[in-house]
Design a protein around this ligand. Sequence first.
Ligand code: NA7
Length: 528
Amino acid sequence: MPDHDVIVIGAGFAGLYQLHRLRESGFDVRVIEAGDDVGGTWYWNRYPGARCDIESIEYSYSFDEDLQQEWVWTERFAAQPELLRYLHHVADRFDLRKDIVLGTRVLRLEWDEPATQWTVHTDDGATCTSRFVIAATGNLSMPAEPGFAGLEDFDGELYRTSNWPHEGVDLTGRRVGVVGTGSSGLQTVTAVAPVVGELTVFQRTPCFSAPAHNRPIAEELAEAKTRYREIREAARTAPDGYDCRVGTGLLVETQPAEVEKELDRRWGEGGLCLGWAYADVMTDLRANEAVAEYFRNRIRTIVKDPAVAEKLCPTTYPIFSKRMCVDTGYYEVYNRDNVSLVDLTEEPIERITPSGIVAGGREHTLDVIVLATGFDAMTGALNAIEIQSGDRTLREAWADGPRTYLGLMSAGFPNLFTVTGPQSPSVLSNMVTSIEQHVGWISRALEHLREQGLTRMEAAPENEDAWVTTTNDLANLTLFPQAASWYMGANVPGKERVFMPFVGGVGLYKQIADGVEAGCYHGFRFGD
Ligand code: NA7
């Protein structure tokens, strides 16, 4: 018999709930977490200004009524310390820590077919076995290395937003360079600009960013708590997993003045719902360009120096085809005297020297470099583990892009589940909604196996083929694949360019997954 029924890898939002859900159901579960504490994304990404871009009322667990009633969110968009406090609270409230091994990284998984179990090897040299493994490893948890020549020679302080020190960083009065202008870069830049001496932002591709209009939410929260059931239900069927007014009209058939009014209204509301103003924004380049130009005009209005404003205006990809950012005063930062922008498309980074960054032949002298250069998204954390089944590793099976059935399992890798894996809505959605949906689905599948006296579950290769085709075909109906984004694996040299998330939306995905479950797990094979 294996040592455990289930080993869960990771103790972030997904791993914590997966542990609780299966333990409640009577399974023996062990969680293995690389960090020295629980929290996942919100444990590692503790850089200045780190904040969620989904509203806290929705970016939270719904599985326990008392939990959602008792927890008090202070702001519309929660900052990292508050999110981490919440996850600590959840870990303590449900007594989860006793089944979590911290500070331990899973290096290798080996499928043992005769014993119908996985052998799990960890970086402390230990091994243990389990009937099932659930990878709750996160989609943005494996940092991408920018590969700058000379980085190790830098004499100043070097920080990564994805692994920020727990204490001891003081940027007051320093000359700081931030590389990268995705969410992490933008939040860092906004937070540190008033504190540092000089700030140089190294931008390869400008981002589109919507205002957060962040605020205290005491009254809103009290009101939301009276109808939490309704809010959660709406989230589970919404395209992005949070309640958002989705426009059903076509922008191209709407009068420009009317479009302007609607976008003004949504800009005034702030947040990611701006993307849902019209139904054709992600399918018709004309509609997309109209929204993009609206954003560019906003940037031109905010940023006083027209040349800087133009550099900040994205022009090379459809809006929303790269992850949009949500900010509090990001563009305004460029009106400060101590902030300058280096456009890497004109002046590429050549190397790092002991005293700074050389870009376009110019040396920028720096005390501190901050790398906000992103992640090997969606597949990076899984591929970092040597997952061996028969004569193949998962990395080999996914060499031409991830292959899954429903983003839950991969053919040839029995009893291995992925929470919010590639080809599920995952990063295109409110992660907590998608996590809860997957955790529920996986847990019910394991209960089904137990009730039937079965020990083995695997995706059928033909259903996997069909799902891979479906997810690619759906993506190709949209403008998403037109951007060199991390959704496409384009930020990692050598990575196959395949659009990885399921674009059909959280509601449709849930219907399909529920239908498969109701249809006796159609497309999965079972054994004992
Ligand atoms: P992102 O969104 O991947 O941003 C990374 C940024 O770093 C982006 O601007 C990249 O430019 C830039 N980058 C990456 N590599 C390089 C090199 N080698 N040289 C210069 N610039 C580089 O990661 P984040 O951490 O900001 O956000 C991830 C998600 O977390 C976010 O979407 C939210 O969901 C939360 P590029 O665009 O690739 O040209």
